[in-house]
Design a protein around this ligand. Structure first.
Ligand code: CO
Length: 218
């Protein structure tokens, strides 16, 4: 039994439209993909990676999970990263979070959400690490907002700490890591200004991150 016919008709219309504007587009893509960017983003349906940066199929290698985590123990994310860096030769890794992330919200709630609570555990650790900074904020909304940003920055650090990136930088490869955040309210991206392109730059980002919470820091 065929189901969801509207999605198939949407698909046909989409493919026809691309074929009309770029003749031979799909034929060309079947032979190779050469994306310059890896996107590590949230699974949230409101943050569709290709659309918000205006990139066509073939231009963005994508990994998405709840709350855009890049954990060293996650074979899925690490395999994507390794393939992107070592096989595809991408030049930019973009970790993109978003304000109003349900994963961040769930990680801060006391009530249980099931299996996903295990996945979100690292966000509780990030909150704990930055508790002094978060406690200086006026209310819970501001804290959640900031934690969305801090989570992105910590995931940029995680990506940089992998042997995949460390080895690539050792080989002299030009790979830049970026931390961005997307605002559901206006559809706009913000660069969190934590880009790093080398191991020493990563070290200074890590120092800056721990310095944020040092006593006496305004
Ligand atoms: Co989210």
């Amino acid at each position: 039994m065929k189901t969801l016919p509207h999605l198939f008709s949407n698909n046909k219309a989409w493919a026809d439209k691309i074929r009309a504007s770029i003749p031979g587009f799909f034929e060309q893509l079947t032979s190779q993909q050469a994306p310059r960017y890896l996107w590590i983003g949230c699974s949230d349906s409101r943050v569709p990676a290709n659309e918000i940066v205006g990139l066509l199929p073939g231009e963005l290698f994508v990994h998405r999970n709840v709350a855009n985590l890049a954990l060293h123990t996650d074979m899925n994310c690490m395999s994507v990263l390794q393939y992107a860096v070592e096989i595809l030769g991408i030049h930019h890794v973009i970790v993109c979070g978003h304000y109003g992330c349900g994963g961040i919200k769930a990680a801060l709630e006391r009530k249980p959400h099931g299996l996903v609570d295990n996945w979100l555990r690292p966000i509780r650790d990030i909150r704990q690490k930055h508790l002094a900074e978060l406690n200086r904020l006026p209310d819970e909304d501001a804290q959640r907002h900031r934690l969305c940003e801090l989570n992105v920055i910590e995931q940029v650090v995680n990506v940089g700490n992998t042997t995949i990136l460390q080895n690539a930088w050792d080989r002299g490869e030009e790979i830049i890591l970026h931390g961005w955040i997307y605002d559901l309210a206006d559809g706009l991206l913000k660069d969190l200004d934590v880009s790093v392109r080398s191991a020493p730059q990563l070290e200074s980002l890590k120092n800056k991150l721990s310095g944020m919470d040092s006593p006496g820091n305004p």
